[in-house]
Write a protein that binds this ligand. Sequence first.
Ligand code: NAP
Ligand code: G3H
Length: 490
Amino acid sequence: MSSKFQELKNGIVYKNLFNGNWIESNTKKLIDIKSPINNKIIGSIQQMTKEEVDKSIENSKKAQKLWSDTPINERSRILNKAADIIEESVEELSDILVIEIAKDRKSAVSEVKRTADFIRFTADVSKQLEGETIPGDSFPGMKNNKISVVTRVPLGVVLAISPFNYPINLSASKIAPALAAGNSVILKPPTQGSISTLYLAQVFNEAGIPSGVLNTITGRGSEIGDYIVTHKDIDFINFTGSTDVGQHISKISTMKPLLLELGGKDAAIVLDDADLDEAADNIVAGAYSYSGQRCTAVKRVLAIDSIADKLVAKIKERVEKLKVGHPEEEGVVVSTLINSKSADFVMELIDDAKGKGANLLVGGNRKDNLIYPTLFDNVGLDMRIAWEEPFGPVLPIIRVKSIDEAIKISNESTYGLQGCIFTKNIDRAFYIANKLEVGTVQVNNKPERGPDHFPFLGVKASGMGTQGIRYSIEAMSRPKAIVLNLNKAN
Ligand code: NAP
Ligand code: G3H
């Protein structure tokens, strides 16, 4: 471990960042973090108490006042420094992702590098944000004696809650824009993923974020989550995770502004004029990378009947070649899932599809928490796999007779994150894209979040509000208007 990360742990016990220092909980109540790869303990984190949560939020509230007065060029300099530190620590941070969340080495390195790029871009965008002046007399009946001077101001203390699957990137994509806008941040890491997230917090600390501007609160969401999200001094909640938890937070956090990035059931619609090799490449990469544990994974294929046989053969050929194994091994795409609860759930969906007569083409089996890449053809709408998000390496193919049937099935989902269409006909692409009830439609590409300055959002059960660098800064700030009322000069 390089010296910059020494202070965040004592032996294998990880501490919390509080007012610029790494501290242990008074209760000494710890949660062991085991690697999904071999079930060995890789560290322990603190289960913080309500009193400690109070202290942490109170400290963030105080620190925010000074931070919002810090010039934007200085905030931007510190963010750039954080990006530098990440770039110097790619190997170290990737090592932790591999072991803590069983992310394959290539995806782990990509997550870390992308995070540095994200923070740097945020630092640049923060310097370009401008307000406006609005003359009063453009409104009917008004004289030219009023001007509104509108600037953007921070919201206060932002609570950032991130999921296990991108603990570094999806924490940084909340922290950096929140800080750029002048907020302080309380970071609640995912329990499995806490260690990676705490390393990220130390990156910001080392970069020179003033004491208290970023504090961390570890502990199980089921124990401490409700208390944090309903805390009176949290001014904004930026949450990424499951739809169940997101909807629960939305119910209990009355009158607190929220940004929710939740689950998905993204469809790949393949038309009869598509380049089937391009479609199959994208579908397989989209469905199985990081063992299918991505919100934007392709989670069902809607194939037009006339090309379905050919498309299915191409997808099957590619799925059979996917490398399964230890996330550290070169070329491995599918590894063990995050825990047994996830693996059990995926197997339930597989068993349901098998029982209802879906045609199992590849996989369908498991070894401990490793689910082998699984592909089903002729999936029916009565099967759970047609509608539920597995968050595992399982892909259902549903055959459809027409474009309108594909649109109908896609829109019948409770989710609405992304969708993708494979066709060479731009008119048909736009016809479908305009009708899909999702945040983003990709034409001839798999669903994906990046590039990270594009807007990223889910509709229906997939979320609320918009992320994306400039969008995130705007979401975590608000307009402040000062109206000049001009008297006649003489
Ligand atoms: P999760 O179980 O919902 O957990 C997400 C975060 O919420 C964790 O930090 C968790 O802490 C915390 N949490 C749990 N209960 C809470 C409560 N009552 N109050 C406050 N926080 C609470 O989700 P996950 O399993 O980590 O992630 C997978 C899900 O996230 C999938 O559904 C996926 O589609 C979705 N996701 C969506 C996006 C997107 O951008 N739309 C991106 C990534 C993932 P603990 O770990 O301590 O329980
Ligand atoms: O899991 C959700 C992530 O936001 C997906 O990002 O499309 O780059 O894998 P990605």
